[in-house]
Design a protein around this ligand. Structure first.
Ligand code: NAD
Length: 353
């Protein structure tokens, strides 16, 4: 042991810790506090090092790395997207992430991010809707009632004030499960038998389906004036949810254009088609909704800064909750350059035992 003995310890937040953290804080409070951290980071957007995520595509899915830094902290997320996985008892999306100190490069946090991704995606969607949907929006259609769906519903309740849900999934058991999981949360819930039925009277339409293809979850005739669309499921090259004609009628807001042009709904449009950056609206540099009749579209793909915000938020909760374990992740020899000597001392110790 040396004066440096705690330098090798990195707090690790497991799936179990994350669940306890969410339950301890309360999921709506968690989503609201996380949304505030995302908004803080979007307001200082220009300070961040930004790059489209690094994606490794295969026939079955994608594995991605999502890095960013604000000059003081560095974060990245490892995340996959495999729509076929649920048939094999696996999640479509799983993730973990790291937050590090830019000054010395040492990790400060390693965390599960499967649950955290669902929370941050929902918080981000709700932040976008807070700025873009009509002020009195109360009814939301959710098309795609899988893993992300309940988180989306609760974020829109906590942050936007949504109180009525209209659910549809091609798999009725998914809708049934979603409705059951959300019972008792104060929503009026209608389970629908088609996406056409789900969008009737909806102020906000969330599409959050998983299919590795150009799908048409919403066609042009399903979207009336004044609707806000929260398009979450189209987040990869060759994977979209909206008919192109809807995009041509909408005011389109995106996270980071160089990434969204590759991955979002707007991959269907010309590379220079005008879109607006959401951070500018959050920072008060640009107006959000133009009129009561404008169709606003948040073309969500998920950007690294949202994960950075989520890791920053989780880290801020560690001391007060103690919901982590110390992970022996980094080698820390007594003399920094004597890495091999540390191995020899370990060998000697094992020989004594
Ligand atoms: P999931 O597999 O758990 O659920 C997807 C649901 O969509 C399933 O219940 C499926 O039956 C349903 N579905 C598929 N095709 C449909 C259709 N044509 N109409 C209605 N329902 C249909 O997946 P998930 O974890 O909930 O993720 C949903 C999508 O969101 C995925 O595509 C994922 O990549 C994406 N996602 C985006 C972000 C982001 O930041 N934008 C973050 C996380 C996940």
């Amino acid at each position: 042991m040396t004066a440096h003995s705690n330098l090798n310890i990195v707090p690790f937040v497991s799936v179990d810790h994350m669940m306890r953290l969410v339950l301890k804080v309360g999921i709506e409070t968690f989503l609201t506090e996380l949304a505030a951290v995302i908004e803080d980071d979007f307001r200082r957007w220009e300070q961040f090092d930004k790059t489209p995520r690094i994606a490794s595509h295969s026939k079955e899915g994608v594995i991605e790395l999502m890095p960013t830094s604000d000059g003081t902290l560095y974060g990245f997320k490892y995340v996959n997207g495999h729509p076929k996985n649920t048939k094999e008892g696996r999640q479509t999306v799983t993730a973990f992430g790291v937050l590090s100190d830019v000054g010395n490069g040492y990790p400060m946090l390693l965390s599960e991010m499967t649950i955290l991704t669902a929370l941050r995606t929902a918080a981000m969607s709700a932040v976008a809707a807070k700025h873009l949907a009509r002020a009195n929006a109360k009814t939301m259609a959710i098309i795609g009632n899988g893993a992300q769906s309940e988180f989306q519903a609760l974020a829109f309740k906590a942050i936007v004030g949504v109180s009525e849900l209209r659910l549809f999934d091609i798999d009725p058991s998914a809708t049934e499960r979603c409705a059951r999981n959300l019972a008792g949360n104060g929503f009026a819930i209608k389970s629908c038998s088609s996406s056409q039925e789900a969008v009737e009277g909806a102020d906000i339409i969330t599409t959050v389906t998983a299919d590795k293809q150009y799908a048409t979850i919403l066609s042009d005739n399903m979207v009336g004036p004044g609707v806000h669309i929260n398009a979450v499921g189209g987040d990869c090259p060759g994977k979209t949810e909206l008919h192109k004609d809807i995009l041509l009628r909408s005011d389109i807001f995106v996270e980071y254009p160089p990434q969204t042009r590759i991955e979002g709904e707007i991959q269907q449009l010309d590379a220079d088609y005008p879109v607006k950056e959401l951070w500018e609206v959050i920072a008060g540099k640009r107006e959000g909704r133009q009129s009561e009749r404008t169709i606003t579209l948040f073309d969500s793909v998920g950007f690294a800064i949202e994960d950075f915000s989520a890791l920053r938020y989780v880290r801020s909760k560690l001391q007060e909750t103690g919901l982590y374990v110390d992970l022996d992740l980094l080698a820390d020899p007594d003399e920094p350059r004597d890495l091999y000597g540390m191995l020899l001392r370990c060998e000697a110790k094992l020989g004594e035992a």
